[in-house]
Design a protein around this ligand. Structure first.
Ligand SMILES: CC(C)(COP(=O)(O)OP(=O)(O)OC[C@H]1O[C@@H](n2cnc3c(N)ncnc32)[C@H](O)[C@@H]1O)[C@@H](O)C(=O)NCCC(=O)NCCS
Ligand SMILES: Nc1ncnc2c1ncn2[C@@H]1O[C@H](COP(=O)(O)OP(=O)(O)OP(=O)(O)O)[C@@H](O)[C@H]1O
Length: 197
């Protein structure tokens, strides 16, 4: 089985691309979604202990938590130390489950793949990318997003140019949905060939 890491900076179109792999029948594990799920489960008491007042009715308020950690590297590092091991365990269990079931390929959607040493946990890496101006426009169009928040997140991420250098495959989402879907299909076909060899 091949484990493909899917990564990309904020707003590059990672979630949209991950859905294309899922539509093609490839099992996909989504780190952001896992974080959100953990915030109403196992992670909630740990987050409340570290950041009192951020949990309401047993669920982490992400907008409130973002206010505590974005732009504060020490606080974000404390949050990451709580969250990342839980996400990693969830992804490991996902891989083990699909390996046992005989799946030829799985995708791990990990926004911070390069930042958190995830490269060693996957066989190949696909990087989702787009022109920086397109990225900026997409991100700033989101409700509650500001230039300051965007800059704080970007500062925490390996630059897109370096991600592209380290990629086995590139998916440019600035060229439209059809083009990205074709890129996804080409990657799946290429990896199917690799499984056979
Ligand atoms: C700061 C939080 C509360 C903001 O929540 P919100 O719902 O607004 O954003 P969401 O979780 O959907 O993240 C959106 C994007 O922000 C970027 N991002 C999130 N966390 C981080 C981080 N620690 N470092 C760099 N970029 C990050 C990623 O590109 C991600 O795809 C949340 O992102 C969080 O809990 N982050 C810490 C956990 C983490 O590292 N998650 C990243 C994937 S494991
Ligand atoms: N191939 C594509 N063609 C055109 N638009 C796209 C394409 N891929 C993504 N988009 C658009 O870009 C925006 C951001 O996409 P998406 O939410 O998938 O990004 P993301 O990288 O997962 O973001 P984040 O890291 O912030 O969670 C969405 O509005 C989406 O419709």
């Amino acid at each position: 089985m091949i484990v493909l890491g899917l990564t990309g900076s904020i707003g590059m179109g990672k979630s949209t691309t991950a859905r294309m792999f899922a539509d093609a029948g490839v099992p996909v594990h989504d780190s952001d979604e896992t974080v959100h799920r953990l915030y109403s489960g196992a992670a909630a008491p740990l987050v409340e202990a570290a950041f009192p007042g951020t949990v309401r009715d047993g669920v982490v308020d992400r907008a409130d938590l973002a206010g505590h950690v974005l732009g504060r590297p020490e606080a974000l590092a404390r949050l990451e130390a709580i969250v990342h091991p839980l996400v990693r365990a969830d992804a490991d269990a996902f891989v083990a489950r699909h390996r046992a079931a005989g799946a030829p390929l799985v995708v791990l959607d990990i926004p911070l793949l390069f930042e958190t040493g995830g490269r060693g946990r996957v066989d190949k890496v696909a990087v989702v990318t787009a022109d920086p101006e397109i990225q900026r426009r997409r991100v700033l169009a989101r409700p509650g997003m500001t230039q300051v928040k965007f800059d704080a997140i970007l500062a925490k991420q390996v630059p897109d140019a370096e991600k592209r250098r380290r990629a086995d495959y590139l998916i440019d989402t600035g060229l439209g949905m059809e083009s990205a879907r074709e890129a996804v299909a080409a990657i799946i076909a290429d990896l199917a060939g690799e499984n056979r060899s």
